[in-house]
Design a protein around this ligand. Structure first.
Ligand code: SF4
Length: 373
C-alpha cells in the first residue's frame, strides 16, 4: 500500500495555494476528510487542486479563492447545460448548447454520498445549481433536482445550508416540491450544526429566484425560454406563503438611458431592459415578499461555447466598447464588461439607492456566499 494514502497531512504541502487556507483552517480529522473527498489522492502532480470527477463538487472551483472564498462548500449541477437559454448566461461559455441529463446520475450521486459518509466529511453548504437551472424543462421528465434534494434530505447530517437557484419557482411549487422544501428547512435535532443554526436564525434552506426584469418585453429578449416574470412572481408568492425562505436575484443589472456622452440604448438598436421604474417595482416586490435579501451584479457578455454571440448581445457589446476608456478594452477575465467606475455610477448606485429607500438588503453576487453560521 502507498504509505502516503493514509497520511494526507503529509501532502498538504502540495495543495494549490489558492485552496490551502481552507485546509489549514480545519482540525486534522476534517482536513483528512476533505483531502480524501476532494483531492486527487493518487495524483503525482506537484500541485493538487480540488477535482471531483463525480457530481458533488467544490463550490466555484474556477473562481479565485481570494476574491470568492468558496471554502468547503459544494455545488451540484443536476443537468449539463440549460434549456432557459438566457443571453447573458456565463455558463454558456463552457456548457453544452443542448441541455441534457447527466448519465448515470443516480448511481454517481449515491457514490458521492457514500463517500461523504465513508470519509466522515463534516457538514457543508450545498448549492443547486451554479451552471444550470435545476427546474428547467428537463426536470419534468428526469426529476434529477427532486431526486438530489430527496437524497440530501436523507443524508441531512452531511449538509448545512441547502440552496436552490432557479428561474422556475412556480414549476417547483406546482410539481409537489413544497413539502420537500419545508422538510429541508428544518434541521433534525441530532444534526451536528443544529445548535448553531438555531442560535443564528439563518435558515438552513432557501430558494434563490432570478428575476432581473419586471416587464415581459425585455424578458422575452434576454430570457427567451425561461418562465415569464409573472410566473416567477407567482412562484415566489407560493413559496413565501408556504414559509420557504427566498432570496431574490435582481441579476444581472443592465445599463439604461441616458448613457454618458449623450448616448442612449436606442442608438445601438436596443430597447430599455431595466428602467428605474422597473427596478423600483422589483425592489418593492422584494420588500412585499419579505425576501431575505436581494443579489445583484452588472451584466457581462460571454462568448457562448461553439456558437456565435447573439446579435442582441453583439449590440450590447458595442455599447460597452463605446463607453470604454481609451486603451482599456472592455474584455477582461473572460467576458466583456462595462468599465467598473461607470458600472458603479450608472448601473449599480441607483439600484442600491432604491434598495436603501425600501430597506431591502442588497448583496453583490460575489459576496453572496451561501449563508451558514
Ligand atoms: S437559467 Fe441560469 S443557467 Fe440557465 S441559461 Fe439562464 S442564466 Fe444560464
Amino acid at each position: 500500500m502507498d504509505a502516503n494514502r493514509d497520511e494526507p497531512d503529509a501532502r498538504t504541502g502540495r495543495i494549490d495555494e489558492k485552496f490551502k487556507p481552507v485546509f489549514e483552517a480545519c482540525d486534522s480529522a476534517s482536513r483528512k476528510a476533505l483531502f480524501q473527498y476532494f483531492l486527487p489522492t493518487h495524483s503525482r502532480k506537484p500541485r493538487l487542486a480540488p477535482t471531483r470527477p463525480r457530481l458533488i463538487k467544490w463550490y466555484c472551483p474556477f473562481a479565485s479563492q481570494k476574491v470568492f472564498p468558496s471554502g468547503h462548500r459544494y455545488c451540484l449541477n443536476v443537468y449539463a447545460g440549460c434549456g432557459h437559454r438566457c443571453l447573458y448566461c456565463y455558463a454558456a461559455a463552457y456548457s453544452p448548447e443542448r441541455p441534457a441529463p447527466k448519465r448515470d446520475f443516480e448511481r454517481l450521486l449515491r457514490k458521492d454520498l457514500e463517500d461523504l459518509e465513508r470519509f466522515n466529511v463534516p457538514p457543508a453548504p450545498v448549492h443547486l445549481s451554479n451552471s444550470t437551472d435545476p427546474f428547467q424543462p428537463l426536470e419534468a421528465r428526469h426529476g434529477h433536482a427532486r431526486l438530489a434534494l430527496e437524497k440530501i434530505l436523507e443524508t441531512r447530517h452531511r449538509f448545512s445550508t441547502v440552496t436552490v437557484l432557479t428561474k422556475n419557482p412556480l414549476g417547483a411549487a406546482t410539481r409537489g416540491c413544497l413539502e420537500l422544501f419545508k422538510a429541508l428547512t428544518i434541521l433534525p435535532a441530532g444534526h451536528p450544526r443544529h445548535a448553531e443554526f438555531s442560535a443564528s436564525g439563518i435558515p438552513p434552506f432557501c430558494v434563490e429566484v432570478s428575476l432581473a426584469f419586471w416587464r415581459q418585453e425585455p424578458a422575452s429578449v434576454y430570457d427567451p425560454c425561461a418562465p415569464t416574470p409573472e410566473e416567477r412572481r407567482e412562484g415566489i408568492r407560493r413559496l413565501r406563503a408556504a414559509g420557504i425562505p427566498v432570496v431574490l436575484r435582481i441579476d444581472p443589472l443592465f445599463p439604461r438611458s441616458p448613457l454618458p456622452g449623450g448616448l442612449a440604448l436606442n442608438h445601438f438598436g436596443l430597447a430599455e431592459a431595466q428602467t428605474l421604474h422597473d427596478l423600483e417595482q422589483l425592489v418593492r416586490f422584494a420588500k412585499d415578499m419579505a425576501v431575505r435579501h436581494v443579489v445583484y451584479s452588472t451584466v457581462k457578455i460571454v462568448q457562448p461555447r461553439g456558437r456565435p454571440l447573439d446579435p442582441v448581445m453583439g449590440r450590447l457589446r458595442l455599447v460597452f466598447e463605446k463607453l470604454a476608456a481609451p486603451g482599456r478594452p472592455p474584455f477582461h477575465s473572460g467576458s466583456w464588461r462595462l468599465p467598473t467606475p461607470l458600472a458603479g455610477q450608472v448601473v449599480v448606485q441607483p439600484f442600491l439607492a432604491l434598495c436603501a429607500d425600501y430597506g431591502v438588503q442588497a448583496k453583490h453576487c460575489m459576496r453572496n456566499l451561501i449563508e451558514a453560521p
